[in-house]
Design a protein around this ligand. Structure first.
Ligand code: G1P
Ligand code: ZN
Length: 543
């Protein structure tokens, strides 16, 4: 067993995006590509000699090979211990849980979240710090700068570690501890939620379906929903993680979780449905014949948090990403707590949670979570909903409609234009920016313009500033159009257009969102010259 120092050359494309470095599997398989990035992590995250790191991934293609490489490099770099999930598996929320519980120096998570997997699919890697959350921008930028200059990396010449067996394995001077991927996470969920009440609900004939989409949450959902809470066998569908997610797109939305959606929208479907994504941090919530938007879900969790044992003490504040609808703002206002608006990406919530300024946070992109960890958490959101349903003894539809009647409804939709030419997409953003001065104070259709800007965020905890975070067109009365380019795509550019209007009148709250938002959608296309600049008549995905 010898430490090898291998000569390498930098790759120019290793700048982490919204959530770590994401590329095609084939890119990661290029000689030295993964190694360069891992060495850049080790060289940028402080002294790691003798420290413990958590490593795990969502089980997608290349997961295990990557973990074996990381283990050998960690041993060569003087790391004291690696804690890794059995078979290399850890959902993103479970990795965050383990980092926090065992107070490790940080962790490396292997995932491309909801992006497709398999040999031709995507792979990803990101670093999380000791608080359990994604590394902030100063660290990801330092990693990137290292990756631009790297000329060597260290790796131990040794055999693979048997990741199928829990227990301790020596690798050189380092210890690798293979842990059960579910235990610590399930225990945390039992502390937060009223498991006996949920068990009673499930025993009373209430039916639910959870779609793990052949991704990481299968083992977690089997254990928590079926074994610990007594849901019927068969509650969890697509519950075995597969390296290519069965050829599907593991993204819990109306377009991709089709099997679940069909069941919930059928006659005599289950009372409640939910799905999670590739790495287990996203969630979609459905009632019978009813879809809950993630933005509404965040508002509802905030309004009902006092019913949940883990949040009974009250919320210190809430946060949402800028494109997320303003529904939660109204709840926060009524509760007299602060509501923060951050750029897209979970990493911006970390400082607010560490400083005790917020308890719950969410994004419109099917992400909800709380300060119990520092990642969004798919199954946590499902259990939160089940706890509310068990306590209120009403249907999902009743609970949401009652909420709208009380606070008003924020009609909301997101239109994605995928695989655009990068220059064309940037051209749309620049074209919008050029119009700012002529738009202020104008009327577009029946909408009076209030403000347009390019969103910039100044972190109230560390004072750091992030600019260029999306174009906001705000209208009087709470309607908005937001445009931004995705930071997670791996092919060309993805333009996301977020459209929202506020409807206080219960008589008009039952419209279909695409119908209710149709005039604003037209304005959004026209203002951005989307069709003429891209040649696209329709978005690729509507959520
Ligand atoms: C997308 C979502 C964003 C989320 C991120 C990681 O990023 O929009 O809310 O935090 O995935 O899951 P985007 O591709 O828009 O940059
Ligand atoms: Zn994810």
């Amino acid at each position: 067993m010898t430490i090898q120092q291998l000569v390498t050359q930098p790759f120019s494309d290793q700048r982490p995006g919204t959530s770590g470095l994401r590329k095609k599997v084939t890119r990661f398989q290029q000689p030295h590509y993964l190694e360069n990035f891992v060495q850049s992590i080790f060289d940028s995250v402080g002294s790691i000699q003798g420290k413990t790191l958590v490593v795990g991934g969502d089980g997608r293609y290349y997961n295990e090979q990557a973990i074996q490489i990381i283990i050998r490099m960690a041993a060569a770099n003087g790391i004291g211990k690696i804690m890794v999930g059995r078979a290399g598996l850890l959902s993103t929320p479970a990795a965050s849980t383990v980092i926090r519980k065992y107070q490790t120096h940080g962790g490396i998570i292997l995932s491309a979240s909801h992006n497709p997997g398999g040999p031709d699919g995507d792979f990803g890697i990101k670093y999380n710090t000791a608080n359990g959350g994604p590394a902030p921008e100063n660290i990801t930028e330092a990693i990137y700068q290292c990756s631009r200059k790297i000329d060597r990396y260290l790796i131990l010449d040794t055999a693979n570690v048997p990741l199928e067996q829990c227990g301790s394995h020596p690798v050189g001077d380092m210890e690798v501890e293979v842990i059960d991927p579910v235990d610590d996470y399930a225990e945390l969920m039992e502390q937060l939620f009223d498991f006996p009440a949920i068990r009673e609900l499930l025993a009373s004939g209430f039916t639910l379906r959870f779609d793990a989409m052949h991704a990481i949450t299968g083992p977690y959902a089997h254990e928590i929903l079926e074994n610990r809470l007594g849901a019927a066998t068969g509650t969890v569908i697509n519950g075995t993680p597969l390296p290519d997610f069965g050829g599907h797109h593991p993204d819990p939305n109306l377009a991709h979780a089709r099997e679940l959606v069909e069941q919930l929208f059928s006659d005599n479907g289950p009372d409640f449905g939910a799905a999670s994504d590739g790495d287990g941090d996203r969630n979609m919530i459905l009632g019978r014949n009813f879809y809950v938007t993630p933005s509404d879900s965040l508002a509802l969790l905030t309004a009902n948090a006092h019913l949940i044992p883990g949040y009974r003490e009250g919320l210190t504040g809430v946060a949402r990403s800028m494109p997320t609808s303003l529904a939660v703002d109204r709840v926060a206002e009524r509760q007299g707590i602060d509501c923060y608006e951050t750029p897209t990406g979970w990493k911006f919530f970390g400082n607010l949670m560490d400083a005790g300024k917020v308890t719950l946070c969410g994004e419109e992109s099917f992400g909800t979570g709380s300060s119990h960890i520092r990642e969004k958490d798919g199954l946590w959101a499902v259990l939160f909903w089940l706890n509310i349903l068990a306590t209120r003894k009403q249907s999902v539809t009743e609970i949401v409609q009652q909420h709208w009647a009380e606070y008003g409804r924020n009609f909301y939709t997101r239109h994605d234009y995928e695989e655009l030419d990068m220059e064309e997409a940037q051209g749309i953003i620049e074209h919008l920016e050029r119009q700012f001065s002529t738009l202020e104070g104008r009327r577009l259709g029946s909408y009076g313009m209030e403000l347009c800007d390019s969103f910039s965020y100044s972190d109230p905890v560390d004072g750091s500033t992030s600019s260029g975070q999306g174009i906001r067109i705000l209208f009087k009365g709470g309607s908005r159009i937001v445009y931004r380019l995705s930071g997670t795509g791996t092919v060309g550019a993805t333009l996301r257009v977020y459209i929202e209007s506020y409807e206080p009148n219960p008589v008009r709250q039952h419209l279909d969102p695409q119908q209710a938002l149709a005039p604003l959608i037209d304005i959004a296309v026209e203002l951005g010259q989307i069709d003429s600049r891209t040649g696209r008549v329709n978005p690729s995905v509507i959520t």
